[in-house]
Design a protein around this ligand. Structure first.
Ligand SMILES: Nc1ncnc2c1ncn2[C@@H]1O[C@H](COP(=O)(O)OP(=O)(O)OP(=O)(O)O)[C@@H](O)[C@H]1O
Ligand SMILES: [Mg+2]
Length: 311
């Protein structure tokens, strides 16, 4: 989350606990919109288990992919292909289902270094589902953290698991950067004796443990921010779920979530995929496309969505 990029590009990553909620659709559409707007965009498919970002962009699987970065030591720059959309490059995800566990620590750091060195205005990273630490670490290199939720109880539960894991990982890293290595992990390891049952209690425990830790935790809480996208919305009532989730983040965890937009359910998305066309180009005037445009503008401007529009 503290990516310092020598070429001034901005990294956005999209994650979420559950599979099939629309991470790849949303990020591919945001990327298409930005590229059509004239921004230089590079899309990175970092879903190590089920790479399909290229399919949302209408790109056939080329020969090379992220697998070649890890296995043949090719550079990311050489692996980024033309997406067929003006201004947009694409790094195809690891095609041969590279198990996340097989990536060594130094390879992961090299991957992150290469991403930060890509010459683009926006580097958009699509992640796979789940809370594997490689997934969380990739998410946390971004300047803007986008999380997709859908109006469904299981998906919201998965969102909280994901968020808890992201923040736990983030806190551990940032306290280590303050010279407080393993403080978070040790507290969690000994949680039963400290009476810690959840992330909120862990945060409270850490705050009370020393002045130095208290100030490091508080500074992380005020810095950390997520951007919520509510996808597959089918009614006005569902639109409000984004606001509830946002409030809960602040109330129970103490950090801010910005509800940047919702995207309605649209059967034409699968039609675009079957036509091998990016949705934003196939159906540019649809309501769903307008919602993607709106939420991307909100992300660019640091705004929240206005939730009075009807679906
Ligand atoms: N707003 C929407 N309306 C209708 N269908 C949608 C919408 N968003 C996504 N979909 C469909 O839902 C399915 C899953 O979408 P997608 O692959 O983007 O999810 P994902 O979160 O990236 O999944 P995974 O975790 O498996 O990578 C796809 O078939 C996609 O076309
Ligand atoms: Mg996906």
């Amino acid at each position: 989350m503290v990516a310092v990029n020598k070429r001034n590009s901005e990294i956005w990553a999209i994650g979420g606990g559950k599979g099939g909620i629309g991470k790849s659709f949303v990020i591919s559409s945001i990327g298409t919109y930005l590229a059509l707007k004239g921004k230089r965009v590079v899309m990175i498919d970092a879903d190590l288990g089920g790479a399909n970002l290229h399919t949302f962009l209408g790109v056939k699987r080329p020969k090379n992919s992220l697998t070649d970065f890890f296995e043949k030591k090719m550079s990311l720059d050489d692996l980024i292909v033309d997406s067929g959309i003006e201004n947009m490059g694409l790094l195809i995800g690891a095609i041969h289902s590279l198990a996340p566990d097989s990536i060594k620590h130094f390879q992961k750091l090299k991957f992150f270094r290469h991403i930060k060195n890509i010459d683009a205005d926006y580097i958009l990273i699509d992640l796979g589902a789940g809370t594997h630490f490689n997934n969380l670490d990739t998410f946390l290199i971004a300047d803007k953290l986008l999380i997709v939720i859908v109006p469904e109880v299981i998906a919201i539960e998965n969102f909280y698991y994901f968020l808890n894991n992201v923040f736990y990982r983030n806190l551990g890293k940032s306290l280590a950067a303050h010279g407080l290595k393993n403080v978070v992990q040790d507290a969690w390891k000994n949680r039963y004796s400290y009476g810690i049952g959840n992330l909120n209690q862990l945060i409270e425990y850490l705050k009370g443990s020393s002045e130095e830790i208290n100030s490091a935790v508080n500074s992380e809480l005020s810095r950390f921010k997520i951007h919520l996208v509510l996808n597959k919305v089918r009614s006005n009532d569902e639109i409000k779920i984004g606001n509830s989730v946002k409030s809960i983040c602040m109330k129970y965890l103490g950090f801010s979530a910005q509800y940047v937009g919702y995207v309605e359910f649209d059967d034409f998305i699968s039609r675009a995929i079957n036509k091998r066309q990016p949705y934003m180009q196939a159906f540019p005037t649809s309501r769903c496309a307008k919602e993607i445009e709106g939420l991307t503008e909100n992300l660019l401007e640091g705004r929240s969505v206005k939730t009075m529009i009807s679906v």
